[in-house]
Write a protein that binds this ligand. Structure first.
Ligand code: BDP
Length: 696
C-alpha cells in the first residue's frame, strides 16, 4: 500500500452481519433524480462496494420494487418523508444531511437525504465511513451539519509548480497541460476533500502571481472548477494587488482610482463568465513585501472593499489576510496586526472576511491564540491554520496537529463575552457573523501518498473534520483516521492513537519548549537556528528568545513590549504573573532568570534541558511503539514510517544538542546530570547549511 488512496481505501469487509446488511442495501439503490453530484455518489458507491464487498451495486429504476437504499434530496423525497422528518432535515441548512430508516407501506428503506445534493454526498461519505469503521447501525438515525460555512484549503502553489512551504513534491495543478488535460488525480483530490467536508480551495500562493488573472489562466482554473463542482467545492484565486499595473500597464493600483476599480470589476466579471460559482479572492497585501493599499496611503479596508465590490454582484467573497507586519515598524511584531486592524473594525464590507492565523507570530510549534480574536467584532473573521509543517519538522517529522488546533479553538478569549472562545467566535455565535471560515494551508503535493509523510495525511483529514465541527476532539479524529487508514485491530488503534496524540507535545519539547519560538534555521525554517542573526531584526532568533547572561524569554507584559495587553483583562491579569501563566507560554511573555523556579521545583535552566531531553526520549518511545506493530501494518507503510522516525530521532537530537549548547553559552550552568548529555560542538551545528531545503 503506497498510501495513494488515503482514508478512502475501502478495505474488504469480513463475512459478518454488517457485510450482509450493507450488501443487501447496495443490491437495490435508487436515486431520486439525476445531477452531477449524484453521479459522483454513484462513482463512490461503485468504488466502495467493489472494494469492500467484491461486487458492484445494483441501481434500481423504480423507487419501491427491489429497492433498499434511497438517495436524494429533501425536496425529492418529500412524498415519502413525514412532515417532522422534513422539518428536521430543513433545519440542518445547505450542507446538512439525515440518514435513517423510513417505513412505507410496510416496507422499510434506508435513506440518505441532504437538503442539497452536496449534503446527500456528505451523508453518503459519512455512511461509508461508518461501514469502514464498523459503527453502522441501520436503526439509529443520524443527522449532521457543518458549523462553519467555508471549509477551505489554501494552496501555496506557484504557477511553475513549486510549492511555497511544500514538502510533498510539486504542485498537483499541472498548469501547463490544463485546461486540455484533466489529470485523474484532480478527481481523487476532490473526493478526498468532499469526504471530510472541505468545500472551498484557493488554488494559488498568497505571494501571488498576477498572471493568474489572465484569460489563459482563468480557462485553466475553470477546468479545475468544473471537476470540483459535483463535489461541492468552490474555487478561489489569490489576487495580486498590483495586477492592474502589471497586466494592464496602469500607472497605479490605488484602490480609489476609477481605472483600478474598473480593472478589477472587469476581471471579476470575466472570471465569473468562466466560473459562475467562483468563490472569490484571497489577498495578502502589505506583508512581507507584497503590494497593497498602503503604497497609496490607503488602509486595509479601502483595499479590501474595492475588491469586495467587484465580487459582490456575483455573490463572491473577499478574504483579506491579517498576517501583516513591517520591519519599519519598531513595535513588537506580535502587536502589529491588532494595531492595523482594530481601528478598522466595522469598516469592511459584508462580503469581506479577515483571515487571521491561529497565533500572532507565525505558525510556531505552539502559540497562544491571536489577540485579534475577540478584538474585532463588527467584522467577519476567519481562521488560518497551517496544515503543511513549515515549522513542525516539515516532511520528516511525525506530528499530528489536531491537538494544537484544538487548544487554540478551545482557548477562552473573554471577549466579546465572558464565555467566548476562539471556536465560538469562528462559529459566529458571538457576533452573529453568517459568513464563517476556517482555512488551512495545504500539505498536498505530487508525492504518491499526497502528503510526503504518511502520517501527515492525518493532518489533512483532521483539518477537514475540525473545520466542519470545531468542537470535535483531536482524540475522536485520531481514532477515526487510524481505523480508516490502518483498520480495526484494537492494538493498532490504541497504539497509533498514542503516537498521534503525544506527537505534538513531543515536537514542542524538542523544538520550542516553555514558550520559546521562532528559533528555526534561517528562511527555510528547517532545523534549529537559535543563533540566527543579521538582516531584519524580526527575522533573527535572538529577537524572539532574548537570551542573555541574566535569563531568557520575550517580555511582552506591560513592562516589556506590551503585547500581552492586547488580550482581555482576565488574561492580562493572569498571564502577567509568571506564577500564574500556563508554563507552556512562559517564555512567550516573560524574560526570566535562569534560576527562576518552575512549578516542579526545577530551575528554568534545568526545565529547559529536561524538556529538550524528554522530546528526544519521546521520539524513541514512538519508534518502539511503531516497531511493536510491525506484524499488523502493511510492510510498505510500516517501513516508510520506520525510516522517517529514524530521521526524526536524529533531528530531535540535533535540536536538543544545538539549542542546549547554544543557550548554555548564556546560562553558564551545567546540564542536569540525569539527562543524556548534549554532545558535539556548537560551532559544528552552527556551520550546517541546507542550500536545497525544500519549500522556500
Ligand atoms: C510564513 C511563511 C511564508 C509565507 C507567510 C505568509 O514563511 O513563506 O509567505 O508565512 O503566511 O509562514 O504569508
Amino acid at each position: 500500500n503506497d498510501g495513494y488512496k488515503l482514508w478512502l481505501d475501502y478495505q474488504p469487509i469480513e463475512e459478518s452481519q454488517l457485510k450482509s446488511e450493507v450488501g443487501s442495501l447496495l443490491d437495490g439503490v435508487y436515486f431520486f433524480g439525476e445531477n452531477p453530484t449524484f453521479e459522483a455518489i454513484k462513482n463512490e458507491l461503485d468504488l466502495a462496494s467493489k472494494s469492500m464487498l467484491g461486487k458492484a451495486p445494483i441501481y434500481s429504476k423504480e423507487r419501491l420494487q427491489n429497492t433498499k437504499l434511497w438517495i436524494g434530496t429533501r425536496d425529492q423525497l418529500s412524498q415519502v418523508l413525514s412532515l417532522d422528518q422534513q422539518a428536521e432535515i430543513k433545519a440542518l441548512g445547505e450542507d446538512g444531511y439525515w440518514r435513517g430508516t423510513v417505513e412505507l407501506d410496510g416496507k422499510s428503506f434506508y435513506a440518505i437525504v441532504g437538503n442539497q445534493p452536496v449534503g446527500t454526498l456528505y451523508g453518503v461519505y459519512n455512511w461509508l465511513n461508518s461501514i469502514q469503521s464498523n459503527t453502522f447501525d441501520k436503526s439509529t438515525e443520524l443527522v449532521d451539519a457543518p458549523k462553519i460555512k467555508l471549509r477551505m484549503l489554501n494552496h501555496w502553489d506557484n504557477l511553475d509548480r513549486t510549492v511555497e512551504r511544500g514538502y510533498a513534491g510539486f504542485s498537483i495543478w499541472d498548469w501547463h497541460r490544463l485546461p486540455g488535460y484533466i489529470d485523474p488525480r484532480y478527481i481523487d483530490y476532490a473526493r478526498a476533500n468532499a469526504s471530510i467536508g472541505i468545500n472551498a480551495v484557493s488554488l494559488t500562493n498568497v505571494n501571488a502571481n498576477a498572471l493568474i488573472m489572465t484569460t489563459d489562466f482563468m480557462k485553466k482554473a475553470k477546468a479545475l472548477a468544473d471537476v470540483f463542482r459535483p463535489y461541492g467545492i468552490k474555487v478561489f484565486l489569490t489576487a495580486r494587488f498590483s495586477a492592474p499595473i502589471q497586466l494592464e500597464g496602469l500607472k497605479t493600483a490605488d484602490p480609489l482610482d476609477p481605472e483600478v476599480i474598473a480593472f478589477w470589476k472587469k476581471k471579476a466579471d470575466e472570471i465569473y463568465s468562466f466560473i459562475p460559482d467562483f468563490g472569490g479572492f484571497l489577498v495578502k497585501a502589505n506583508s512581507e513585501g507584497q503590494p497593497g493599499p498602503h503604497e497609496y496611503g490607503r488602509n486595509h479596508a479601502e483595499g479590501a472593499n474595492m475588491l469586495a465590490d467587484a465580487l459582490a454582484p456575483h455573490g463572491g467573497v473577499l478574504i483579506w489576510r491579517a498576517f501583516v507586519y513591517s520591519h519599519e515598524d519598531e513595535v513588537d511584531r506580535h502587536m502589529q496586526a491588532n494595531n492595523e486592524f482594530e481601528p478598522l473594525d466595522g469598516k469592511f464590507k459584508d462580503n469581506v472576511i479577515i483571515q487571521i492565523k491561529n497565533g500572532a507570530i507565525d505558525f510556531q510549534p505552539r502559540e497562544p491564540f491571536h489577540p485579534l480574536y475577540g478584538a474585532i467584532n463588527e467584522t467577519n473573521v476567519g481562521m488560518e491554520f497551517q496544515i503543511t509543517q513549515e515549522y513542525l519538522g516539515q516532511a520528516t517529522n511525525l506530528v499530528y496537529l489536531a491537538p494544537m488546533w484544538e487548544e487554540v479553538l478551545k482557548s477562552k478569549t473573554y471577549k466579546p463575552s465572558a464565555n467566548s472562545t476562539v471556536g465560538s467566535i469562528l462559529e459566529g455565535k458571538e457576533t452573529g457573523q453568517k459568513m464563517t471560515l476556517i482555512a488551512g494551508v495545504s500539505n498536498i503535493g505530487t508525492d504518491r501518498n499526497w502528503t510526503g509523510h504518511l502520517f501527515a495525511q492525518s493532518n489533512w483529514f483532521a483539518f477537514g473534520k475540525m473545520a466542519w465541527n470545531p468542537e470535535v476532539t483531536s482524540e475522536e479524529i485520531a481514532e477515526e483516521w487510524t481505523k480508516l487508514t490502518f483498520g480495526q485491530d484494537s492494538e493498532v488503534v490504541s497504539k497509533v492513537g498514542e503516537i498521534l496524540l503525544e506527537s505534538h507535545e513531543t515536537a514542542v519539547d524538542y523544538m520550542t519548549p516553555l514558550g520559546l519560538h521562532h528559533i528555526m534555521g534561517r528562511s527555510h525554517h528547517y532545523g534549529p537556528g537559535p543563533w540566527v542573526m543579521g538582516g531584519r531584526a524580526d527575522w533573527t532568533a535572538p529577537y524572539y528568545h532574548q537570551a542573555d547572561s541574566l535569563g531568557i524569554g520575550f517580555d511582552r507584559t506591560a513592562d516589556g513590549s506590551g503585547a500581552l495587553t492586547q488580550y482581555a483583562p482576565e488574561i492580562v491579569e493572569k498571564w502577567s504573573d509568571p506564577n500564574q501563566i500556563p508554563e507552556k507560554f512562559l517564555l512567550w511573555f516573560h524574560h526570566l532568570p535562569w534560576d527562576y523556579q518552575l512549578k516542579d521545583g526545577n530551575t528554568l535552566w534545568e526545565g529547559i534541558a529536561y524538556h529538550y531531553d524528554r522530546g528526544v526520549k519521546e521520539v524513541r518511545q514512538m519508534q518502539q511503539t511503531w516497531a511493536s506493530l510491525e506484524s499488523k501494518i502493511d510492510p510498505e507503510e510500516f517501513d516508510h514510517v520506520r525510516q522517517l522516525l529514524e530521521i526524526q530521532e536524529e533531528e530531535a537530537e540535533w535540536w536538543r544538542n544545538s539549542c542546549l549548547l547554544y543557550f548554555q553559552t548564556f546560562s553558564k550552568r551545567p546540564f542536569p546530570a540525569d539527562i543524556e548529555q548534549p554532545e558535539g560542538d556548537l560551532e559544528y551545528y552552527k556551520s550546517l547549511r541546507f542550500p536545497n531545503a525544500p519549500g522556500i
